[in-house]
Design a protein around this ligand. Structure first.
Ligand SMILES: [Zn+2]
Length: 309
């Protein structure tokens, strides 16, 4: 690990000085790299055929702990535009992205920077991370990210301006319909059942937007391990609130959530596993959660089925 950390800046400086071969051929399309699937899906919808898109983090990949590979650095090198979430979501990529941005070789844009500060939730300001990065889990807030993506595409490829604007308008209308769908399913649940218990704290924006209390074993990032005290504390909440079901996440081992279930059952209360939620990454391309809209629908459908009784 130490060797890799030392090697990355060296490799990066070679790449930025023009050594090494770009893997993508120049066919006139804009080469765009998105870190997360949520961003990549928005780029595909807004950019359409004008964009050659690479999405770095596939299904099941945890953005909080992801470290750039040598191949990723070549992918970044071939990009005209790199779009990432920011707000310390891609914690291990930030240094590399800062260096590429500073070099001027590609435009590097954090889509989270577009969200007005008063709409962001607090995280750990005392540690230098003022805001919770899970902004896609409130559809109305994710609209800001889509607008940032549209504007970054227009700036990088002004000839496509009308097409990007038209595509963005159509996609934003789909997001408004998605927001209504989630809200309707959420409000159909009895208020006392609107509690989402998951492995890590990815659903605070979702909870605020759609009226759920959210509880998790781990904090906003997965960088720190969960301990037995965290599991006990969460089991206590589940027991007191008589929560009927809790949820595993696609990017995180089910171990801690299964431990909460075991602790609650040992105390004599039944507790179901309500299914898998896509918290930080899309599902496989051929699954119902292979798009951002599909992921969000899957999550509310899973939550509503498990908590609906
Ligand atoms: Zn997360």
């Amino acid at each position: 690990m130490r060797q890799l950390l030392l090697a990355v800046p060296l490799l990066l400086s070679l790449l930025l000085s023009g050594c090494g071969a770009a893997p993508q051929t120049d066919d006139g399309r804009l080469n765009v790299v998105a870190t997360t699937g949520q961003i990549g899906d928005a780029v595909a919808n807004v950019g359409g055929a004008r964009v050659n898109l690479t999405t770095m983090l596939g299904p099941g990949i945890d953005p909080h702990t992801y470290v750039a590979t040598e191949g990723d650095l070549f992918t970044f090198q071939a990009a005209d535009l790199i779009l990432y979430n920011g707000l310390h979501l891609e914690a291990q990529l930030e240094r590399v992205l800062d260096q590429i941005g500073a070099s001027g070789q590609a435009s590097v844009v954090a889509v989270g920077a577009r969200v007005p500060e008063e709409r962001l939730l607090s995280w750990e300001p005392e540690k230098g991370f003022p805001h919770d990065p899970h902004i896609w889990n409130d559809v109305q807030i994710w609209r800001y990210a889509v607008e940032a993506i549209r504007d970054a595409l227009i700036q990088a490829d002004p000839a496509g301006s009308a097409e990007y604007s038209r595509n963005a308008d159509a996609y934003l209308a789909e997001l408004d319909a998605l927001d209504t769908y989630i809200r309707d399913r959420a409000t159909a649940l009895p208020p006392e059942r609107r509690v989402i218990v998951t492995a890590h704290d990815a659903f605070s924006y979702f909870g605020r937007a759609y009226g759920f209390e959210v509880e998790a074993v781990q904090g906003v990032s997965t960088e720190a391990e969960a301990g037995t005290a965290d599991i006990r504390a969460l089991a206590e909440i589940v027991l007191q609130r008589k929560v009927p079901a809790i949820f595993v996440e696609s990017t995180i081992s089910p171990r801690t959530i299964e431990a909460v279930q075991a602790a609650v059952r040992a105390a004599g209360q039944e507790l179901a596993l309500g299914g898998e939620l896509y918290s930080d990454a899309l599902g496989a391309a051929d699954s119902d959660a292979g798009t951002y809209i599909g992921m969000m629908r899957h999550n509310i459908d899973t939550i509503a089925a498990a908590l609906g009784g």
